[in-house]
Design a protein around this ligand. Structure first.
Ligand SMILES: [Fe+2]
Length: 460
């Protein structure tokens, strides 16, 4: 039986779909898991419903892989800010080969209404194509992949009785179930031309390469793509250490992050707080980079300096903590560490700066900010208790964000976080930097409250 596959970052929506489908639907919060199912030869799938807000994997990459393995499978999008009837919704569907867009609040039956279910396979056609059915220049697809679509996504070919390959249905023509059923009795596979599928893959690739500049793509999708890319940079750094080409890769990622932040600040409610939330879940250094860009904008710092100094320092600040004699200490909170590990931890700003200086040509001022990223204006920070005018303003910003990150990790309510910041953190920093920080935090919290209210009204 062909079953619909749902991938969504919202567990509540998935729970509802499990119940409404009587456990028929295949459901996961992970795009990586969904890809394993799609590429598994034994899985019979009727359609895929995808949420591009997932920060664990690129939705564009997912679409490319899905297209490679299952070009006939209808793929739909869960996206509450896009509308399939609007012009931009139509353009997104066209550029990514998506068959429809849903908000996620629709009942299960509505979601699957466009998937034909009256056709069933009597015996399972293996997805691994036997040698005798392979034809050069064509991709063979089990005929069951076409049973749930409404239109043929490509020109479709069939092997006739005389062994010749002939056109079976033209691209975009409607799928006639009776006709397809008859064909299914004699043919286990239908064929698409490899170059046609390749063209679609290239189109998705092109869409991916300039997605940040394309106003058609929703901010949640853009944020997820930037976070996926940031995570890839950090994973590479954790495994291979830092080198000049990785710094270039990081700079490109920071450029994207800056562009994203510039755009979403003026976007609709909820986009800014959701971006910060995703950055926080992604990684401490990505969170620091995102937050520091917002503060620099507030203080009207110049873009290049923001990226070259503070952005780069945010990403490289904890590089010495990735591989220590005590394992990866980068996401540990300092007051939870035993004495020996704490002693090591307190030296990491200097060690990170030394590592970066040894392997790259990063400017001296960026190294200084890395060295001072836990120092405080009143000289109560570490490792060297530097403060006053010796403390670089960008290092002070990074230090304040790091302190905030630790406070936010320990407290669940925003009110508790603010009380703790006021009592134990803000007094250690300069007034102008604290004020800029408060302004940014205030904007994010306001945005979060407005978004929660809007979601309540919409019933999401
Ligand atoms: Fe650090």
């Amino acid at each position: 039986m062909n079953r619909p596959l749902f991938v969504h970052s919202n567990g509540q929506i998935l729970d509802r779909l499990i119940k409404e489908s009587n456990n028929v639907a295949m459901i996961t919060t992970s795009m990586v898991q969904a890809l394993q199912w799609i590429t598994n030869p034994d899985m019979e799938i009727s359609g895929v419903f995808l949420s591009p807000d997932d920060t664990s994997f690129s939705a564009f990459r997912f679409l490319e892989i899905a297209l490679t393995h299952r070009p006939a499978l209808p793929v739909f999008l869960f996206e509450s800010t896009l509308n399939r009837n609007n012009e931009n919704g139509q353009r997104v569907m066209k550029s990514t080969h998506i068959k429809g867009i849903f908000s996620g609040t629709e009942p299960f039956q509505t979601l699957i209404s466009s998937l034909k279910t009256h056709l069933t396979t009597t015996d399972v056609v293996p997805r691994k194509v036997p040698q005798e059915s392979i034809i050069a220049g064509y991709t063979a697809l089990p005929i069951s992949d076409f049973f749930t679509g409404t239109h043929y996504p490509y020109n479709i070919f069939i092997v006739a009785d005389d062994g010749a390959i002939r056109l079976f249905a033209e691209k975009e023509s409607s799928i006639d179930p009776t006709y397809l059923s008859k064909a299914a009795q004699r043919n286990r596979y239908l064929y698409v031309r490899e170059d046609e599928v390749e063209e679609s893959r290239t189109a998705i690739h092109t869409a991916k390469s300039n997605f940040l500049d394309n106003p058609d793509y929703p901010p949640g999708w853009k944020t997820a793509e930037v976070m996926v890319n940031a995570r890839a940079v950090l994973n590479e750094m954790k495994q291979a250490g830092v080198n000049e080409s990785l710094v270039e890769y990081t700079q490109a990622m920071l450029g994207d992050l800056f562009k994203l932040i510039s755009k979403i600040e003026s976007d609709e409610e909820g986009t800014l707080s959701s971006m910060i939330d995703k950055a926080q879940k992604c990684d401490r250094s990505v969170f620091c980079a995102s937050y520091s860009m917002l503060i620099c904008k507030q203080l009207r710092f110049e873009k290049t300096a923001t990226l070259e100094i503070l952005g780069l320092a945010s990403v490289l600040q904890d590089i010495a903590l990735y591989k220590t004699p005590y394992g990866d200490l980068s996401d540990k909170l300092s007051d939870e560490l035993p004495p020996q590990q704490l002693a090591y931890y307190q030296q990491h700003p200097t060690q990170s700066a030394d590592l970066v200086a040894h392997h790259t040509d990063v400017p001296q001022v960026t190294l200084q900010v890395i060295r001072q990223h836990h120092e405080r204006k009143d000289k109560s920070g570490f490792p060297n208790r530097v403060g006053g005018t010796q403390l670089h303003p960008m290092a002070e910003i990074l230090s304040l964000i790091n302190s905030y990150y630790e406070v936010a990790k320990k407290h669940t309510s925003d009110a508790e976080v603010i009380i703790t910041l006021n009592k134990t953190i803000f007094p250690h920093y300069s007034e102008n930097i604290v004020n800029a920080f408060k302004q940014v935090l205030g904007n994010i919290l306001k945005d979060k409250i407005h978004a929660a209210h809007a979601a309540q009204v919409a019933g999401i």
